[in-house]
Design a protein around this ligand. Structure first.
Ligand SMILES: [Zn+2]
Ligand SMILES: [Zn+2]
Ligand SMILES: [Zn+2]
Length: 118
């Protein structure tokens, strides 16, 4: 869960000892921390697949990428002259960062599954 201060939007994450305390706090809706009014809401972890901004493949970050640079639009390694979209991950007719990409969707499903098992 996290706490929002309405005057200066900033969040504080609270790790609580047990679910009962958390639920009690969530019912309060707001509380004062060090004299500041803070609104309480449940913390949602939104996990997204990691995508490299160099080669646009998934599951690694740009910093560790050892691949050649690929084009986000046409998936080619050369200077882009193409106007046709081709995803480097699935080969379909969309940009590599398209959230409808079947590969991206697969990874989202996997992450959801992992979260479910935790
Ligand atoms: Zn990469
Ligand atoms: Zn291109
Ligand atoms: Zn794709």
């Amino acid at each position: 869960m996290f706490i929002e201060n309405p005057t200066e939007p900033a969040t504080v994450k609270l790790e609580l000892e047990n679910i009962q305390i958390r639920d009690q706090l969530l019912q309060c809706e707001y509380m004062y921390i060090a004299g500041n009014l803070c609104f309480i809401s449940k913390f949602q972890t939104i996990r997204e697949p990691v995508q490299c901004m160099n080669c646009y493949r998934f599951n690694h970050v740009t910093l560790v990428c050892k691949s050649e640079q690929y084009c986000i639009s046409c998936g080619d390694t050369k200077d882009c002259t193409s106007t046709v979209f081709k995803c480097v991950s699935c080969g379909q007719n969309h940009r590599a960062d398209n959230k409808d990409c079947i590969k991206y969707q697969e990874l989202i499903e996997k992450l959801k599954q992992q979260q479910h098992n935790e």
